[in-house]
Write a protein of this length. Structure first.
Length: 388
């Protein structure tokens, strides 16, 4: 039987079993792992370790094949895989089929990827990022709402701009945006004249007006859906989608110290946001909700419940990570890499979000700039393209 032995050092007898000498650094590390985790069988007084019988190397992978006197149990294989992936900082697959097969994939987790590398995808997709396995995309027609959390300066706004740019590039006639940029409009104001951008709100009063417009638009859609007997936009001939991007959503949280009026405005914003989260998906409204501190009063229940994609950049604590993505891990993302995020759907994946700056955005979508009239906020104003 394979046993866990408390003999930490390699005996000279066991050394014989390591078999042929090889200069491979990976093999050396695998051997050390066998020793440290006591992966051997006892043969009289000796410990018999797996013996390397073949080593294949290519530019993409290294495959090490070991002979073992007995099969290894599943738990040992998983431990080996986990320890080796972390030690080598590479993707490692460990399996047992007559031989113990250890495959080390050489592609590294990228620490930077540029938007220019993002491949084309059809449909309402946006790139989330790249990792060792390749690119990961989000499909807005499958999962309408998403939350993006993370400590400031790690990449939330850049990710929203990536989404906006990709959607406009691929759906110039069908993507519409309402952007609530509560950093006073600093990040998104320059895109206000894009044909696809219906409105940019840069303070809570403008936000409330913009959200009321979305609510009104939803109501019209709802009536039309009822008339036509439709239940979800994805099953209709309607090709437009309305994206509501909210950057720094914590600014919409009512606080104790605020004046009564301000609190009321913010409470109304929250209530419309909940309504969008609950009903908007089926009607073609997609919510992207970005916030630094994902405490439960900022990330209100119905938004969180209805956002089946949760993204988080680095966060300060495991508690914050749990609130943001229902899982620990955002607190251990590297502190020296911008744009590194966890994406959580049914499982959690780590990705490097593509980067693009304003010049690049403008090069790609600046051509959609049109002359717009400033619309004075009033309750009856209608400046949306109607569905049709
Ligand atoms: N995906 C990325 N790849 C590389 N650098 C990034 C990425 N995202 C953000 N950065 C860098 O980090 C800075 C802050 O990003 P930003 O999106 O403004 O952060 P946040 O909105 O979370 O405060 C950017 O100006 C850029 O220099
Ligand atoms: Mg930001």
């Amino acid at each position: 039987m394979w046993e866990l032995m408390a003999i930490p050092v390699l005996t000279s007898a066991a050394a014989l079993w390591f078999g042929r000498n090889t200069s491979s650094e990976e093999h050396r590390i695998v051997q050390q792992t066998f020793e440290h985790y006591h992966i051997h069988v006892k043969d009289g007084k000796n410990n018999r370790y797996p013996q390397l019988v073949r080593e294949y190397k290519s530019t993409k992978r290294i495959k090490l094949i070991y002979r073992t006197p007995l099969a290894l149990e599943e738990k040992t294989l998983r431990t080996l895989q986990q320890v080796l992936s972390v030690t080598l900082d590479q993707e490692v697959n460990v399996s047992f089929k007559k031989w113990l097969i250890i495959e080390i994939l050489k592609n590294k987790m990228p620490s930077y990827v540029s938007y220019g590398e993002v491949p084309y995808r059809k449909g309402w997709m946006v790139p989330l990022g790249k990792n060792r396995q390749g690119w990961h995309f989000h499909h807005f027609d499958h999962t309408p709402h998403t939350t993006i959390s993370g400590t400031t300066r790690f990449g939330k706004t850049v990710m929203m701009k990536v989404m906006m740019t990709y959607l406009i590039e691929h759906h110039p006639w069908d993507a519409q945006f309402v952007i609530i940029d509560l950093k006073g409009g600093l990040e998104f104001n320059r895109y206000q004249n894009l044909q696809q951008v219906k409105r940019i709100a840069s303070d809570p009063i403008e936000a409330l007006y913009a959200l009321k417009q979305v609510q009104k638009n939803m109501k019209e859609r709802m009536d039309r859906f009822k008339r036509q007997g439709w239940s979800n936009i994805v099953d209709t001939p309607l090709s437009q989608r309305l994206f509501v991007l909210i950057d720094e959503a914590a600014q919409l949280t009512p606080e104790k110290f605020m004046e009564k009026e301000e609190k009321k405005t913010l409470a109304q914003c929250q209530s419309i946001l909940s309504e969008i989260a609950r009903l908007g998906g089926a009607l073609g409204v997609r919510l992207v909700y970005g916030t630094q501190y994902p405490t439960s009063n900022v990330l209100n229940g119905s938004i969180k419940q209805n956002a089946d994609l949760k993204v988080s950049f680095r966060l300060g604590s495991d508690y914050a990570s749990k609130v943001a993505i229902d899982a620990y891990g955002a607190e251990t993302l590297p502190s020296d890499i911008k744009g590194r995020a966890l994406i959580k759907t049914h499982e959690v994946k780590e990705v490097q979000v593509p980067y693009l700056n304003h010049e690049e955005i403008w090069k790609r979508i600046g051509g959609y700039e049109v002359a717009k009239q400033t619309v004075v906020p009033n309750e009856t104003g209608e400046d949306y393209v109607r569905l049709g």
